[in-house]
Every structure is written in structure tokens, then in C-alpha cells.
Write a protein that binds this ligand. Structure first.
Ligand code: 4AD
Ligand code: MG
Length: 432
């Protein structure tokens, strides 16, 4: 339980007099007593008003308070075993800042559409509060991971002239008489930056005009993408492992109270922190899936159901490697042992969360990329600058991308990505 922020960050606050500001999370009455659960954005504190002990106007102010009214409250902090968090405030004064009309989100069950329409208010609820704190800590952990390992942050552009991850999910916009597209990935901009700075990463919003209405797809999501010069495919797999285990461990360590509030069974996340994941060749993954009853065939991409079926076999993420080149992006390095396969990896999270990381070694051959751009029907002129990376000192390099909402949803144990981002953008939702 946590209310330390309310108490100035320490439990030494007992018996001290404090003035706190916040909102009424909840209240109840019992005879001459009013219990007001105050929330201040950090924690929750039970504030007790006892009519015989306070001035009339303090009692009247307490009685007038409604759910989500804003207030300033003063009193003495007391240790109280029965109070949530172990402390309560014996109120001496109350100043209502604003009395709220009936709050749209009450105790009754609301449907997802209603809640999403009120997302701006829904964020105040305990569960959403906890998810946002986990998300924030995860982002911090990710930045720390790369910064402490010598990576340079490269902010990639949002307005771009061409596709990176296939033309079917591009958002198009008019650009001064020309066309521009919202970025699907910062990768193409990171590769040249890796030649300049060695180890780089970007972390920003990306966009996919996904026609699919699944719980795993948003149209706007935040992606972190490292790109590393001289890193080969096996090193990339190691990096994926080291990265995921470090960030999950850090969130487990720092967000224990939030995960408890979310009733997350954190023992299911512990194996991930051990830092070694099973690696499964694509062909072996297909064979395994067929044994498990899937009708997937060699050459097919893994569908959502396949991912769920496969990951149910493991207690930690699994890395599926060397996919058929034909179902992967144009920039990937062919497997030297079998050029019909790409040096690609998808890391699939357990418990049905599916793909959270997609990465690859990048093709370092100008000729191969020229052929790929033609084969994928991409506009050659828009990629000339990208091809320069292979013209001027071509070098082996690899990288990956992780959509952080998928990671947040998995860590929090929430079924749908729409609760893993403050203001979700979905095929049928642009509001609020
Ligand atoms: O596998 P993807 O498409 O890979 C890339 O974009 C590469 N350029 C990344 C790289 O190598 N630098 O996307 C990477 C990750 C996925 O594994 C998933 O976590 C997330 O981005 N993602 C989505 N998340 C939410 N909604 C969507 N529609 C997503 N599409 C991809
Ligand atoms: Mg992918």
C-alpha cells in the first residue's frame, strides 16, 4: 500500500500536522463521522472528520464534498492499523476548492466504450493510475538501459516521404502540394545514424493504419528502436534478452505497489528476468505449432492464435528466428545458409501477449537492397539517401523495435492495449 507521497515521502509523518491538496476519491459516513479518501495523484489517505471535534463550518464543508471534488485539508497524521496504508488524517480544517457535480464514472460497471469516451476522467481510477505509473517507469528503464550502455538518442522524424514497414498500413497526409506519410518506424533514419555514432536508439510515436480491430493493435503507438553498428544476428538475440530481462526486473523492483494494485501475479514475470530465452528456428516453430493442432504451413506468418499457442509452451519470452524473407520487410539480411530466409527475429511474450519485439540484421549489400526495393514496389527515389549507407562504408548492423504498449500490457496483465496508453488511438477511436 502506498501513501508516503501524501505524507511527505516518509512514515515519520505520524503525529505531525499537515495540509494536503487533492480530490475526493471516495467517501462514506457513519453517525457523526465522515471518512474521506483523499487522492493526490501519488497515493490515497483516509481523512476522518468527527463532528463533535471540529468547528461547524468544517463539518458542513465535509458534508458538502462529493466524489472528485477538489479540496485542501489540514489535520494530524495518525497511525491507524485499520486505515488503508496504515495511516489516517484526523481532520481539523477543510477548504473545498470546487464541488464536483455527479462524477460520470461511478461504482457500477461501465462498458469499455463508455470508459474510453471518458478516458480523460477514467485515468483517475486506481487501476489506470497504476498502469500509467508502470508505463512511465518502463519508459524510464528503457532510456536508462540504452543511455547507460553508451547509446545516443536519435529522434527520428514523424513526417516521412516513404514506407518502412509495408505500404498497406501507411497514414498519408497532404504536404504542401506533395504527399507525406506518418512514420511507421524510425529505423531507416537510425541506420545512417549508427554509422555516425555506433550505437543509437530512437523512442517516439509511430503510426500504422491497421485495419485490424484486435486487442493487440493501436493506430498510434510508441516504439523504442536500438540500432547497433557491427552487431550481427546472434548478438542481436543476446541484446533482446538482456534488454527485456533488465527492464522487466526494474519495473518489478520499482512498481511493486502498482502491480499489486493491478493484482498482477508477478511470479509469472520472474522467469523473464533470468536473462535467457528459448530460441526457436521458424521451421521448428511451424512444426511445433502443427503438433499443437495449428494448420499453419511453412511459408505462412504466425497468426495471433499461433503466437498464443506457441508461447503457452514457455514461462518466458521465446525468440522465433529466421523467417521466410518473403513475409518480412525489404531491408533484412538474407540468411547466408539459406537466402530464402531472413535474419529476422520476433520475440513473443508469454501468457498470450504475442509479438513484442521485431528485429533483424540489416542487409549491407547495395545490390540486394536495390532488388528488394524493386520487388516490394517501393519508390526508388525516396530511398536513395538510405542506400547511401551501403555506398559509403557499408557495415554489418542490426536492430529491433519494441512497441511499448505491448510490453506495458504484458507486465500489467491487462488484456487490451487500449489501457496501456494514456489516450488510445484505434481504428474507430480518435477521441478524447
Ligand atoms: O515488427 P515491426 O513492424 O518492426 C518494425 O517496425 C521495425 N522497423 C523495428 C526495427 O527493427 N527497428 O514493429 C515492431 C514492434 C512490434 O513487435 C510490436 O511490439 C509493435 O512494434 N507494433 C505495434 N504495437 C501496437 N500496435 C500496432 N499496430 C503495432 N505494430 C507493431
Ligand atoms: Mg513485426
Amino acid at each position: 500500500m502506498y501513501n508516503p507521497a501524501l505524507l511527505g515521502g516518509s512514515h515519520d509523518a505520524a503525529d505531525s500536522e499537515v495540509t494536503l491538496r487533492g480530490w475526493v476519491y471516495n467517501w462514506r459516513k457513519k453517525g457523526k463521522l465522515r471518512f474521506i479518501i483523499l487522492r493526490d495523484g501519488f497515493g490515497y489517505l483516509q481523512c476522518v472528520v468527527f463532528q463533535p471535534e471540529v468547528a461547524d463550518q468544517v463539518w458542513e464543508a465535509a458534508v458538502a464534498l462529493t466524489q472528485e471534488s477538489s479540496l485542501e485539508v489540514s489535520g494530524v497524521v495518525r497511525a491507524e492499523e485499520r486505515a488503508p496504508g496504515g495511516f489516517e488524517l484526523k481532520v481539523t480544517a477543510i477548504e473545498a476548492i470546487q464541488i464536483a457535480p455527479e462524477f460520470p464514472i461511478g461504482k457500477k460497471d461501465h462498458g469499455p466504450d463508455f470508459l474510453l469516451n471518458h478516458r480523460h476522467l477514467w485515468l483517475r481510477s486506481k487501476k489506470q493510475h497504476a498502469v500509467m505509473r508502470v508505463r512511465s517507469e518502463l519508459e524510464f528503464a528503457i532510456r536508462d538501459f540504452f543511455q547507460s550502455r553508451g547509446y545516443t538518442l536519435i529522434d527520428s522524424p514523424i513526417l516521412t516521404p516513404a514506407a518502412c514497414e509495408g505500404t498497406s498500413t501507411l497514414f498519408e497526409t497532404e504536404y504542401f502540394g506533395d504527399k507525406a506519410f506518418l512514420s511507421q518506424s524510425g529505423q531507416l533514419y537510425l541506420e545512417p545514424a549508427a554509422a555516425a555514432l555506433g550505437k543509437v536508439y530512437c523512442f517516439g510515436p509511430t503510426f500504422r493504419a491497421e485495419k485490424s480491430k484486435t486487442r493487440r493493435h493501436l493506430t498510434e503507438f510508441w516504439m523504442v528502436e536500438p540500432e547497433v553498428a557491427w552487431l550481427r544476428f546472434d548478438g542481436l538475440l543476446d541484446l533482446c534478452e538482456e534488454f527485456l530481462s533488465a527492464i522487466v526486473a526494474r519495473v518489478l523492483d520499482r512498481c511493486a505497489a502498482d502491480l499489486e494494485r493491478l493484482e498482477r501475479d508477478t511470479s509469472k514475470l520472474l522467469p523473464t528476468t533470468a536473462g535467457s530465452f528459448p530460441r526457436l528456428d521458424y521451421a521448428d516453430a511451424v512444426a511445433r505449432l502443427r503438433e499443437l493442432g495449428s494448420d499453419i504451413r511453412l511459408g505462412d506468418d504466425l497468426g495471433g492464435d499461433d503466437e498464443t499457442l506457441l508461447t503457452a509452451q514457455f514461462d518466458r519470452p521465446v525468440a522465433v528466428t529466421r523467417y521466410p524473407a518473403a513475409i518480412k520487410a525489404f531491408y533484412m539480411q538474407p540468411d547466408p545458409a539459406d537466402p530464402s530466409r531472413a535474419l529476422a527475429v520476433d520475440v513473443l511474450a508469454p501468457e498470450g501477449y504475442g509479438e513484442i519485439i521485431g528485429g533483424s540484421e540489416r542487409s549491407d549489400s547495395l545490390e540486394h537492397l536495390e532488388r528488394q526495393i524493386a520487388a516490394h514496389d517501393l519508390p526508388r527515389e525516396a530511398f536513395e539517401w538510405y542506400l547511401d549507407v551501403r555506398r559509403y562504408g557499408s557495415f554489418p548492423h542490426s536492430g529491433f523495435g519494441m512497441g511499448i504498449e505491448r510490453c506495458v500490457a504484458w507486465i500489467c496483465g491487462i488484456p487490451h492495449l487500449r489501457e496501456a496508453i494514456p489516450y488510445p488511438r484505434l481504428i474507430n477511436r480518435l477521441n478524447p
